[in-house]
Design a protein around this ligand. Structure first.
Ligand code: TXA
Ligand code: MG
Length: 308
């Protein structure tokens, strides 16, 4: 493995690895991704193998802009263009009917493909230079925390890829919002920093309030996910001496004070959990953040991290 700062040389090298069917770790604005050519079945199979990811859990395909959509999606409703205009590049992933050229290996056997344009120069240049749509799940072992810094990428995973591009801390820190646009009503499959209200403002009407989608529609919605090794327990207050995340003054090195702003909290969450996990504690207590829509994605990840 080599951790490299993004330069025109290192990005060109990463693009060469991808064109040859290899896998690299790349930064995005949300979390680091394990990137490969989305149209190369063998490369995609390697990504599943590296992560220990179940085959039926589809990957997100990263493109450089709306102009690239015809390379992966077969068709899309007109609203997609308005959503793209408003949120791309950015943390909104849209699920659309796939083209036959997108391997079922990439989409977990589904006839749909999840697509987004990352808001990160390194990722965008890498997509352009490799001249491929890039499949990139978060660069963690299955079920674990997504890395938001190059140094948070699991050491053994990093050792098994030729290159980790270090783009510094991710600005958003939580995975993208996943929006399904393949049924009558658009539906959020995974909350993220693009909120329901943001999406509704573009749609001009409320999002579908349909019951949770069938397993086939939301293959990635595992109960326990985004979790450190330590057990995560959600609490009202954090006693002194206990490891955890708090909004109050921390007592001791095993407590981390989190910001009361939802975006700042999201940007720090995975790194804070990872640092406490690295202390070897058995349990991480997390003081529950406020309720409200701005905190929805944070609550979703905390719920999944704490599920047994
Ligand atoms: O922010 C992100 O989305 C990051 C960065 C690297 O872009 N990627 C990411 O990928 O979080 P991953 O593989 O960890 O999560 C992909 C999610 C899963 O919940 C998966 O089930 C869902 O997207 N997904 C992918 N393709 C889908 C499809 N065709 N239909 C429904 N859900 C899909
Ligand atoms: Mg993931």
């Amino acid at each position: 493995m080599s951790v490299q700062l993004p330069t025109s040389e290192s990005i060109a090298e990463a693009a060469r690895v991808i064109r040859e069917g290899g896998v690299v770790v790349m930064p995005t604005e949300t979390v680091y991704g394990l990137a490969c050519d989305a149209l190369n079945e063998r490369a995609v199979a390697r990504v599943f193998e590296l992560k220990g990811r179940p085959n039926e859990n589809p990957l997100i395909v990263h493109i450089a802009g709306l102009d690239d959509l015809p390379k992966v999606a077969e068709s899309w409703p007109p609203i997609v263009e308005r959503l793209a205009e408003r949120f791309w590049p950015g943390p909104l992933t849209m699920v659309l009917p796939k083209l036959p050229s997108v391997p079922l290996r990439t989409t977990g056997g589904l006839d749909t493909v999840a697509v987004r344009v990352p808001d990160h120069d390194v990722a965008l240049v890498l997509i352009e230079e490799s001249e491929r749509p890039l499949a990139a799940p978060s660069a963690n072992l299955f079920g674990r925390l997504s890395p938001t810094r190059a140094e948070d990428v699991d050491q053994e995973l990093a050792a098994r890829v030729p290159m980790v591009l270090d783009g510094g801390p991710c600005r958003i820190g939580l995975e993208s919002t996943v929006l399904d646009l393949t049924s009558d009503e658009p539906r959020v499959l995974r909350p993220g920093s693009v909120s329901r209200a943001d999406i509704q403002a573009v749609l001009g009407h409320p999002l579908g309030s349909a019951p949770p989608p069938a397993a086939r529609k939301s293959p990635g919605l595992y109960q326990r996910h985004y979790a450190p090794r330590a057990a995560v327990v959600l609490v009202e207050t954090l006693p002194s001496g206990r490891a955890g995340l708090t909004f109050a003054d921390p007592c001791g090195p095993n407590q981390v004070r989190m910001p009361l702003d939802p975006r700042a909290y999201a940007a720090q969450l995975y790194n804070a959990l990872q640092r406490l996990d690295a202390l070897g504690v058995d349990e991480i207590r997390v003081v529950l953040p406020p309720r409200g829509e701005a905190w929805e994605a944070v609550h979703d990840r905390l719920r999944k991290a704490s599920a047994s």
